[in-house]
Design a protein around this ligand. Structure first.
Ligand code: AMP
Length: 397
């Protein structure tokens, strides 16, 4: 895997695709600079080598139109503050003006281009647009995992213009290694904890990872499709009746592969989908009508704890309850704590895909797990076993 460490950027201009799609408040202040921080090591390496960096990113969804509210000029000061260098800005991303700004860039300097998605060609993966971008650097660096699953001009197509002058930034390399550690080289036992609302949104992941894991913990709303499929009574719990056959097929496949599946045995049932609902602990397969399971019960958590504690590699995707409501957050917090303990005992733990990261951040587990992925959709597609175009474009000769 070629990374920025394989290049000396002295007197070179690096064209770096970053993911600076950061949240802004009404006054256009950056409210969460994590994504800028995440790209910092790559930018610093380029500058310390004696090179300069041309940063390109998208912000929001302008859909090919110039929208003042989505200009990357708003984040220029924040990027300067994080990187520790006064970042220059040019209000376009291709063309003469931009090429002039790049030509004037000196070693140690950073130039931020305007929002790539002001040009419809970006999302279309337009080759001509990508070629124009390719004029803006000697070496192409992709450090944007969040858009690695998109075959856009700046994430994928542009790489074709740098046949042997392209590489991964540190962040993207870290993401790839974390996925490999779970899917290919993980120390056994490998455990996947899958939660979230629906079987249908996780099915491709389950199918892809079954042959790579030893334990599958199923939690959250998905549980009830599995329980009902086996003849259990799930009351008013969320359930996809049309996915019950699929649930049974998964259980059979897991058995054939020797994967131990751990479903909840008891749940916190509520008489309403509300934080203030009446609750009681019931067996997962005997939920009364009018009641719905919204969190994992105490016996279930005890079982999950045992499995997680003995795991050496852990993947967590999806909450095991309706964590947004305080009354039903305990299960998800407990799972986070068990992963924290396992990690302290030497396990490698990866959290990522979809909304899982929100739960992890909300409860402060970010620094307690081995790795939190920066890309929701890109991580989901990786776990589904898909090749990500942004990654493939760098790996291609
Ligand atoms: P996902 O994006 O698929 O990981 O799903 C996350 C959502 O699943 C969260 O918003 C949770 O509130 C929801 N969820 C988890 N457990 C349940 C449950 N028992 N019933 C309904 N929704 C749930």
């Amino acid at each position: 895997m070629t990374t920025v460490d394989d290049f000396n950027f002295e007197n070179k201009k690096a064209l770096v695709r970053v993911d600076f799609n950061v949240p802004l408040d009404a006054e256009f202040n950056v409210t969460d600079s994590n994504r800028i921080e995440a790209a910092k090591p790559t930018i610093i390496k380029i500058l310390e080598d004696g090179g300069s960096a041309v940063l390109m990113s998208h912000l929001g969804r302008p859909k090919g139109e110039r929208k003042a509210a989505l200009s990357l000029s708003h984040i220029c000061d924040k990027v300067s503050e994080v990187i520790g260098v006064q970042v220059k800005f040019v209000d376009d991303c291709v063309g003469e003006k931009v090429e002039k700004a790049v030509a004037e860039l000196e070693s140690g300097e950073v130039l931020l281009l305007e929002n790539l998605r002001f040009n419809a060609e970006e999302e279309k993966g337009d080759k001509l647009f990508a070629e124009q971008l390719s004029h803006l650097g000697d070496i192409y660096v992709n450090d944007a995992f969040g858009t690695a699953h998109r075959a856009h001009a700046s994430t994928t197509i542009v790489a074709g213009f740098f046949p042997d002058k392209k590489c991964f930034g540190y962040l993207l390399a870290k993401e790839i290694k974390a996925i490999e550690k779970v899917m290919k080289t993980g120390e056994k036992p490998v455990t996947a904890i899958l939660g979230g609302a629906k079987v249908s949104s996780k099915i491709t992941i389950i199918e892809n990872i079954l042959s790579k894991i030893d334990h599958l913990i199923i939690g959250g709303g998905m549980t009830y499709t599995f329980i009902k499929a086996q003849g259990g009574k799930v009351g008013n719990s969320i359930c996809e009746d049309d996915k019950m056959d699929l649930a049974l097929t998964i259980l059979k496949k897991a058995k054939d592969l020797g994967v131990q599946v751990h479903l909840p045995v008891d749940v916190i049932a509520a008489d309403d989908f509300s934080n203030n609902a009446n609750t009681k602990i019931v067996a997962v397969d005997d939920i009364p009508d009018g009641w719905q399971g919204l969190d994992a019960g105490p016996k279930t958590l005890e079982n999950f704890r045992e499995v997680i504690h003995e795991s050496k590699t852990i993947l967590w995707n999806g909450p095991v309850g309706v964590f947004e409501m305080e009354s039903f957050a305990k299960g998800t917090i407990s799972v986070g704590n068990y992963i924290d303990e396992a990690t302290k005992n030497g396990a490698f733990s990866l959290v990522g895909g979809g909304d899982s990261v929100a739960a992890v951040k909300q409860f402060g587990f970010e620094d307690k797990v081995s790795y939190v992925s920066t890309g929701g959709g890109a991580m989901l597609e990786s776990l589904e076993g898909k090749s990500l175009p942004g990654i493939a474009a760098i790996l291609e000769a």
